[in-house]
Design a protein around this ligand. Structure first.
Ligand code: BG6
Length: 469
């Protein structure tokens, strides 16, 4: 639909940006923090580990002051479970509570609304050793951890996100580094883990509503519009299949507490049906999110799988779908350009994704990730001319405004990432931030913070509430 006039971004629109604890904090074993699965995973050869990253743990005041300078209304960050409970449950680490108290106080002092992800890929390693999400114990540990977060930070944090990209942990956990290498039957086991995470999420949402009546909580999956590679009915079925198991499985569970039919049949046929304990479905049905947060980098395109086995054996990554024999097969979209890492760029697909989610759930939406990873260049005079990032973000913000004009309720935008950090599997040279961190892949240099061109551009976007793009 072509609109004659665009609607403005709403007043109080939450402009901000995102990070996650393990990708930005560093201090991986300081002040009592326990190891997470990410700390213990094998890292991709040729890229840095997560021990120091951007050292935000020691630079948080400086970083927040730069965010305030950009005019952030919100900052989305995650809490490292292993700082709060080094072993996932049991003994609480007061230093961890202190760090996040300080961070939250600093944000509030600068007028920035904290938006907290409770769990972003970094499961405590001690829990993993006891079976991780395959074990019901982890569901209890998450509920206990959630209670601790609500008790300690709920007086100041009004917006909570349960689990970051649960769907990506299930579909592309190998690339991200969250899959336990010792799993005997990983695919099947992952759907059991998925079920446990969904129950844990439902419990956390219920707990939040009981303990903090003024707070809001929602899931944060990665949702993408899925195109059929052609207008052939077989390709359309493949797109439908993939949408059911990549997108709607997660949101249908979070919002309605039911497995959607196509996803359920898929699990049945593949032998992935999880063990569902008595009472689980009631818990899942009882929990309701207040909003939906989603991450969007690009759309996906798929064609019918000819089931010749050629899709097996590859996992792709969060944005590159390989496929599954008999279900769907990843395809290139000839209409789209790709970034330096082979991820397609599809701003219009962003609008479609908004429309689809809102149509299906009618809940307010917030974007918790969207952005462009690139090899930025630090030029003389501390200049980083990331005009390509500005282009990417501008085109996506334009689509948000179109979605708002379409009638979709959108209350915030938090691109990835507030500041440079370490990518999930492609190192620190794949940068996303508005703020440059002066380090190389293996040379930590001085970790100096430098404003990129996009910093000044985004500052103006926020100051004009999206009028100056
Ligand atoms: C999302 C994750 O999948 O994409 C982030 O939630 C991640 O943690 C982001 O960093 C970008 O992906 P990558 O692989 O480039 O770091």
């Amino acid at each position: 639909m072509k609109h004659a006039k665009l609607k403005d971004f709403p007043d109080n629109f939450l402009w901000g940006a995102s990070t996650s604890a393990y990708q930005v904090e560093g201090a991986w074993n300081e002040d009592g923090k326990g190891p997470s699965v990410i700390d213990m995973a094998n890292h991709t050869e040729g890229v840095t580990d997560f021990k120091v990253t951007s050292d935000h743990y020691h630079h948080y005041k400086e970083d927040i002051s730069l965010m305030a300078e950009m005019g952030f209304k919100t900052y989305r960050f995650s809490i490292a479970w292993t700082r709060i409970y080094p072993a996932g449950s049991g003994e609480l680490n007061p230093k961890g509570i202190e760090f996040y108290n300080n961070l939250i106080d600093e944000l509030i002092d600068k007028g920035i609304e904290p938006l907290v992800t409770m769990y972003h890929f970094d499961l405590p390693y001690t829990l993993q050793e006891k079976g991780g999400w395959s074990s019901r114990e982890t569901v209890d540990a998450f509920e206990n951890y959630a209670r601790t977060l609500f008790e300690n930070f709920g007086d100041r944090v009004k917006y909570w996100l349960t689990i970051n990209e649960q769907n990506m942990m299930i579909l592309h956990g190998d690339a991200i580094g969250t899959v336990d290498p010792n799993l005997e039957n990983p695919k099947k086991e992952l759907y059991q883990q998925n079920h446990h995470m969904l129950v844990a999420q439902a419990k956390a949402m219920n707990l939040c509503h009981q303990m903090l009546p003024g707070a809001k909580i929602g899931p944060a999956p990665n949702i993408a519009n899925i195109y059929p590679a052609s207008s052939s009915p077989e390709d359309m079925i493949a797109a439908d299949n993939y949408a059911a198991i990549r997108n709607w499985l997660y949101l249908d569970m979070a919002v309605y507490g039911r497995y959607n039919t196509i996803a359920w049949n898929y699990m049945e046929e593949k032998g992935y049906i999880p063990v569902i304990q008595e009472g689980d479905m009631e818990i899942l049905k009882s929990a309701k999110p207040d909003f939906i947060a989603f991450n969007y980098y690009t759309s996906q395109t798929v064609e019918a799988s000819r089931d010749n086995g050629e899709e097996a054996g590859h996992t792709g990554d969060q944005q590159i779908s390989v496929g599954e024999p008999g279900v769907y097969k990843g395809a290139k979209n000839p209409n789209l350009k790709v970034n330096e890492f082979g991820w397609e760029i599809d701003p219009a697909g962003f609008r479609t994704t908004f429309r689809q989610i809102y149509d299906r759930y009618q809940l307010p939406l917030i974007v918790t990730e969207n952005g462009l990873g690139a090899f930025d260049k630090l030029e003389e005079g501390d200049i980083i001319n990331d005009s390509y990032r500005i282009d990417y973000l501008r085109q996506h913000i334009e689509q948000i405004q179109l979605a708002i004009t379409d009638g979709v309720e959108v209350f915030g935008y938090c691109p990835w990432s507030a500041i440079d950090l370490v990518s999930t599997h492609q190192g620190s040279s794949k940068r996303y931030g508005f703020i440059y961190v002066n380090r190389d892949e293996f040379d930590l240099k001085d970790l100096r913070r430098i404003r990129k061109q996009s910093f000044y551009w985004y500052k103006d976007v926020i100051a004009t509430n999206g009028a100056n793009l």
